[in-house]
Design a protein around this ligand. Structure first.
Ligand code: TXA
Ligand code: MG
Length: 315
C-alpha cells in the first residue's frame, strides 16, 4: 500500500498509535500527531526540521475540547468559536496542564483551531485525539495545498490523506486576546474586519513583547528558486527565463510561463492559488519567479505577507 490514500480509518489508527499523518484542512495540509503524546509530537518537529521554539496549533473537532486544552473560560473565546469555527482561525489561549510543553514550545499558551474540512474533522473524531499539526512542509518552505506537495517535501511521513486541493489556500489567521480585544499575530482569510464584527480590536498598537508568535520570521515560504515581487525588486529580470505569477492583467514582457492567481482580480481566489502556483513553478523549468503584488486590503494583507516572506531571501 502506498503512503498516499483516502483511508481515514487507517490514518486515525496511525495517529492513535503515535504515528504521523499528513491531512487536508481548508487552509493547507497539516502534519498531524496526537497532541497529548510528546513522543509523537517530537517526530513532527524532527520530520519537518522545525526549530523547537516554534509552537504547534492543536486541531479539535468539538468546541468542548477548548476546556480540555485551556485553563481559560473567557467568554470571548467561545463567542469567536461560535462565529468562526469550524474555520481558518487559530485562537491563542492560556494552556492547561494536559498540553505537553513540546507542543507549545514551553509557552504558557496554546493555539487552538477547528478546521473546516470534513476529512480533518473525521480524522480527529476517529482517532479520539486532539491533533497537533503544523503545515506539512519542511521548515521555511512553501506550504502544501495538495497531497503531491506533501509527498515532494516529506516522503518519510507514515501516511498522507489525500483530500485534493485545499480551498482557502493560505494558513489560518492567528489571534490572541488582551483585556481590550483581539490582536492579529498572523494574517489569514479571516480578516480584521471579520473579527471586528464580533470583538473589538485591541487598541494596543505597542509592539508585543518578545516573540509573541515565534513562527513569525521574516523569511518563510521560500521556493527552491528565487522569487521577486514585481516593482519591489532591483534585480534585472530576463522574462525569457522567468515564470510570472500574475494577479489580474497579463504581464508586460515575453515571460517563459505565466500563471494567474485570479484573472478577474478576485483576492479570495488569488489566495487559494498562491502556494499552488509557486509549487508549479518550483517544479517547472523556469529559473526564477516574478509575482505581482496585490492590494494590501482584506485578505490581500495575508497574501502580501506570504509573498514578502517568500521573496525575503532573494532581495
Ligand atoms: O491553517 C493553519 O493554521 C495550518 C493548518 C495545518 O491548520 N497550520 C499552520 O501551522 O499553519 P504552522 O505551524 O505552520 O503555523 C502556526 C503558527 C506559527 O506562526 C506559530 O508561531 C503560531 O501559529 N503559534 C502556534 N501556537 C502559538 C502560541 N501558543 N502563541 C503564539 N503563536 C503561536
Ligand atoms: Mg507553516
Amino acid at each position: 500500500m502506498g503512503i498516499v490514500g483516502v483511508d481515514i480509518d487507517h490514518a486515525a489508527s496511525i495517529i492513535a498509535n503515535g504515528g504521523i499523518v499528513a491531512f487536508p484542512t481548508e487552509t493547507v495540509y497539516g502534519l498531524g500527531a496526537n497532541a497529548l503524546n510528546p513522543n509523537a509530537v517530537a517526530k513532527v518537529f524532527a520530520l519537518k526540521e522545525r526549530p523547537s521554539f516554534d509552537p504547534l496549533i492543536v486541531h479539535i473537532a468539538s468546541a468542548e475540547s477548548i476546556t480540555l486544552l485551556s485553563s481559560c473560560n473567557d467568554p470571548r473565546v467561545f463567542q469567536l468559536a461560535e462565529r468562526f469555527w469550524p474555520g481558518p482561525l487559530t485562537i491563542v489561549v492560556p494552556k492547561s496542564t494536559v498540553v505537553p510543553g513540546i507542543v507549545t514550545s514551553d509557552l504558557d499558551t496554546v493555539g487552538i483551531r477547528m478546521p473546516n474540512h470534513p476529512i480533518a474533522l473525521e480524522l480527529i473524531k476517529k482517532s479520539g485525539c486532539v491533533i497537533a499539526a503544523p503545515s506539512a512542509n519542511k521548515f521555511g518552505r512553501v506550504s502544501p495545498t495538495r497531497a503531491e506537495h506533501v509527498l515532494k517535501q516529506l516522503p518519510e511521513v507514515d501516511y498522507i490523506l489525500d483530500g485534493g486541493r485545499t480551498t482557502v489556500g493560505i494558513e489560518s489567521t492567528v489571534i490572541t486576546l488582551d483585556e481590550e480585544g483581539f490582536i492579529i499575530l498572523r494574517h489569514g482569510a479571516i480578516t480584521h474586519s471579520h473579527l471586528a464584527q464580533v470583538l473589538k480590536p485591541s487598541g494596543a498598537h505597542k509592539p508585543l513583547k518578545g516573540l509573541a508568535s515565534p513562527g513569525l520570521l521574516k523569511s518563510h515560504y521560500s521556493p527552491n528558486k528565487p522569487l521577486y515581487i514585481a516593482g519591489e525588486t532591483s534585480k534585472p529580470i530576463d522574462p525569457s527565463r522567468a515564470g510570472y505569477i500574475a494577479f489580474g492583467k497579463k504581464p508586460e514582457g515575453n515571460y517563459k510561463r505565466v500563471e494567474y492567481l485570479s484573472e478577474t482580480g478576485d483576492m479570495v481566489e488569488a489566495a487559494a492559488h498562491l502556494f499552488e502556483k509557486i509549487h508549479a513553478f518550483e517544479d517547472s523549468d523556469v529559473e526564477y519567479i516574478v509575482a505581482d503584488p496585490v492590494p494590501e486590503v482584506g485578505i490581500g494583507i495575508a497574501i502580501m505577507d506570504r509573498l514578502r516572506k517568500a521573496a525575503y531571501r532573494y532581495k
